[in-house]
Design a protein around this ligand. Structure first.
Ligand code: ATP
Ligand code: LTN
Length: 333
């Protein structure tokens, strides 16, 4: 708790251009916590370097991700928006938590298994211990809730286990957080292979709709989306492509699956795909316009980063000092 408020924390990696999966599964929901919770939203650049990044791209994307946070409705007056590497306590607590995280636990993480298969030439220790850094992010702020897409649920559960293990040895150190997974949009699938998650690091650009894609590109990508050989718009097992498009349409319009089935009864997939493209482009247009304005003022973005980092560092230090004291590290005044 900070004052009377419970705490919300989440993060996005500046590891690529953000997708509508990131938007619908995570960022769009962040603003809904701003009133009831004290919110910390972090651009997790230290997580991003677990796979090789081009330095110029990483730097640019860090600004872009912060600008997108704001363009998606996160007011820096109401939320603490900052960059992970600006608050050294994240890396410091991560080291400590590494010593309370088991090799076997980390070996079971599906993201590690996927990413080590995709980057077989660079299976580094950071990729393996990534969840301990993520646990540090969350636990530093005594977080109550963590809004994420379903792919991150396993990491939040590991974070809970680490917190409970630590609390058992050193009582009342950490708040044990809950993941908050959206009902709809928790796992947006690739448009090229709807059995796979839409991921910003996919090599096939047609698999992904980016938040910043222009209207024509969005409509073209949806038109090409892989579906099935039936022609009826209905939500059913085995219709992964259509199920995904219906989910996206539902997220942008607030309609139920039954309403969507009725709306497109008697229409082919072509009409439906065009409608999905249009609602997506319409919803993203104001975000894109606001994003361009924000990105044009780099000095303001830097001022926001600085303010966010100072505020975050204040709360992070409090938890880190408590942990260091409990562990028996000598504290100098
Ligand atoms: P990468 O491909 O580099 O692993 P990512 O897009 O999977 O990136 P992040 O940028 O770290 O991962 O994700 C930020 C947030 O977006 C997380 O909460 C994650 O659960 C959510 N998210 C990512 N992809 C999707 C998706 N396809 N559907 C729903 N939520 C998603
Ligand atoms: N691991 C997440 C990004 C992330 C995060 C966090 C999310 C890093 N630290 C803390 C929530 C809370 C990912 O890969 N999507």
């Amino acid at each position: 708790m900070i004052g009377e408020q419970k705490i919300c924390f989440s993060g996005v990696q500046p590891s690529g251009n953000l997708t509508i999966g990131n938007y619908l599964g995570a960022i769009r929901n962040f603003a809904t916590f701003s009133e009831a919770y004290k919110c910390f939203y972090c651009v997790v650049d230290e997580h991003a370097i677990t796979v090789r990044q081009n330095p110029a791209d990483l730097r640019r994307r860090t600004y872009e991700t912060l600008a997108l946070y704001m363009a998606c409705g996160l007011d820096p007056e109401k939320n603490t928006l900052y960059v992970q590497s600006h608050v050294p306590a994240h890396a410091e607590l991560a080291w400590i938590l590494n010593c309370y995280t088991m090799f076997g636990e980390l070996s079971r993480m599906t993201q590690f298994k996927d990413k080590s298969a995709r980057h077989a030439d660079n299976v580094n220790a950071g990729l393996f211990t990534y969840p301990a850094l993520m646990a540090a992010d969350i636990l530093l702020y005594q977080t109550d809730v963590v809004p994420v897409g379903i792919d991150q649920k396993q990491h939040v559960e590991l974070c809970r286990n680490i917190a409970e293990r630590f609390n058992q040895i050193f009582p009342d150190t950490f708040t044990v957080p809950e993941p908050i997974i959206p009902q709809s949009g928790k796992k947006i699938m690739s448009l090229a292979d709807p059995t796979k998650k839409m991921s910003k690091s996919d090599e096939n650009p047609n698999a992904i709709v980016y938040i910043l894609d222009d209207r024509d590109t969005i409509i073209r990508k949806f038109r090409r989306a892989v579906t099935d050989s039936e022609t009826v718009v209905r939500f059913a097992d085995g219709k992964d492509g259509i199920n995904n498009l219906m989910t996206i349409y539902a997220c942008f319009t607030g309609k139920t699956m039954e309403e969507i089935e009725r709306e497109f009864a008697g229409h082919g997939y072509g009409d439906f795909k065009l409608a999905v493209g249009e609602v997506c482009a319409d919803a993203l247009a104001p975000v894109q316009a606001r994003y361009r304005e924000l990105l044009a003022d780099k000095a303001d973005l830097e001022a926001q980063m600085k303010r966010g980092a100072e505020e975050a560092a204040y709360y992070a230090r409090k938890t880190l000092s408590k942990v260091q004291r409990k562990l028996g590290f000598v504290q100098l005044r």
